[in-house]
Design a protein around this ligand. Structure first.
Ligand SMILES: Cc1cc2nc3c(=O)[nH]c(=O)nc-3n(C[C@H](O)[C@H](O)[C@H](O)COP(=O)(O)O)c2cc1C
Length: 387
């Protein structure tokens, strides 16, 4: 039976992923910070929004395409940066980028990536953006920015919500740190998770085991080992001052990711951001912040068209995408929705995730009586949290 037979929803891909990868990897992908309240809220907020359809409308030529940051996308959903993708599947970031390109949308490559950025760029026929953490300090970041520019990345995505890594309790319980390390004695209590997934283990070992971060090259040392990430993140906090330095180096579109409210949104506009992403990192950083969908309308109002407002968090269905667009997002990013597909079946799984989401968006628009994503506005939804 193919890994994808019977898959009709993102939840189905999630179940397949759970069966295919070791628990430590699945929980890293699926989990959030602390009590996971924000992780749950991100999804739950979509249920609070209800549709207000109009019927007897001609929706035969329904238009999903949208221009975002100058790129014509087949539908307005990018693939969000997802670190450690190469441990979910050996083809990792290359597979996700290729699937995004073939689906006519953009891929955002995380700094915490196991494939060379040049290979990721070459794999996609669509736009590819580079997400930057200051891992390894400014020198390593400068080298990454210069490489990304030379390789043909189209925008720099600067994530601001990670002054330290969030407390992902599942990772601690599953021995994530020990599994990434080289001390076999420390790994022993956790190894049964790997042996329970022999196919994944064989692929992982064939791929060379735990990958290095080939896009974080420390001067004089080479690529950063994955095990060093948590400690390195604590020294990698991005500040608004860093942004000036990045802008001088990059000289292309800059997207600020991790905006939680109107103050940072206005600040990002003042700093010249081309776009912002209303994001709480999928509930993986500060637990207890509100769902991004609930923050979105105020941010859209505050920004008042001065830059593009994107959002992510909790999107598991195309109808969620439609709700976010109706509340003012220019486009959305999806994280876990495609990463479940990657973990379940590599590139084919990502492709399936995008097919599901895109078909959902089209069907939802038609059932709403709306013939274009450009016509979506608040009149198509009721949201109790919109003032
Ligand atoms: C496993 C995983 C790893 C992530 N790694 C990164 C990362 O390296 N950089 C980043 O800016 N965001 C990262 N994110 C956050 C996503 O880019 C995105 O904001 C989030 O997944 C959106 O929520 P959703 O998963 O509910 O769609 C990660 C998310 C997940 C699930």
């Amino acid at each position: 039976m193919s890994a994808l037979s019977g898959v009709v929803s993102i939840e189905d891909l999630r179940s397949r992923a759970r069966r295919r990868v070791p628990k430590v990897i699945f929980d890293y992908l699926d989990g959030g910070a602390d009590a996971e309240s924000t992780l749950r809220e991100n999804c739950r907020a979509f249920d609070e929004v209800t549709f207000r359809p109009r019927y007897a409308v001609d929706v035969r030529g329904c238009k999903l395409q949208r221009r975002v940051l100058g790129f014509e996308l087949s539908f307005p959903a990018f693939l969000a940066p997802v670190g450690f993708s190469r441990v979910m599947h050996p083809d990792g970031e290359v597979a996700a980028a290729r699937a995004a390109g073939l689906a006519g949308t953009a891929y955002v490559l995380s700094t915490i990536s196991g494939h060379r950025m040049e290979d990721v760029r070459a794999a996609s026929s669509g736009p590819v953006f580079f997400q930057l953490y200051l891992l390894g300090g400014r020198e390593a970041a400068e080298a990454a920015i210069v490489r990304a520019k030379a390789a043909g990345f189209s925008a720099l995505v600067v994530t601001i919500d990670t002054p330290v890594a969030g407390m992902r309790e599942r990772d601690f319980r599953n021995g994530m740190k020990e599994m990434l390390g080289s001390n076999l004695r420390e790994k022993l209590p956790f190894l049964s998770q790997f042996f329970a997934r022999p196919r994944w283990l064989a692929n992982f070992l064939r791929d060379g085991g735990t990958p290095k971060l080939l896009n974080v090259v420390i001067p004089g040392e080479g690529p950063m080992p994955l095990i060093d990430v948590t400690a390195a993140l604590a020294r990698a906090a991005v500040t608004w001052e860093d942004l000036h330095w990045m802008r001088d180096l990059w000289r292309g579109p800059i997207i600020i990711k991790g905006v939680h409210g109107v103050d940072d949104a206005r600040r990002a506009v003042d700093e010249g951001a081309d776009a912002i992403v209303v994001s709480n990192h999928g509930g993986r950083q500060l637990d207890g912040v509100p769902a991004t969908l609930k923050v979105l309308p105020d941010v859209v109002e505050a920004v008042d068209g001065q830059c593009a407002v994107l959002m992510d968090g909790g999107i598991r269905r195309g109808s969620d995408i439609v709700k976010a667009l109706a509340l003012g997002a220019r486009a959305v990013l999806v994280g876990r929705a495609y990463a479940y597909g990657l973990a379940a079946a590599g590139e084919a799984g990502v492709t399936r995730a995008l097919q599901i989401l895109k078909a959902d968006v089209e069907r939802t628009l038609k059932l709403l009586g709306c013939s274009s994503v450009d016509m979506l506005d608040r009149s198509y939804v009721s949201a109790p949290f919109v003032r």
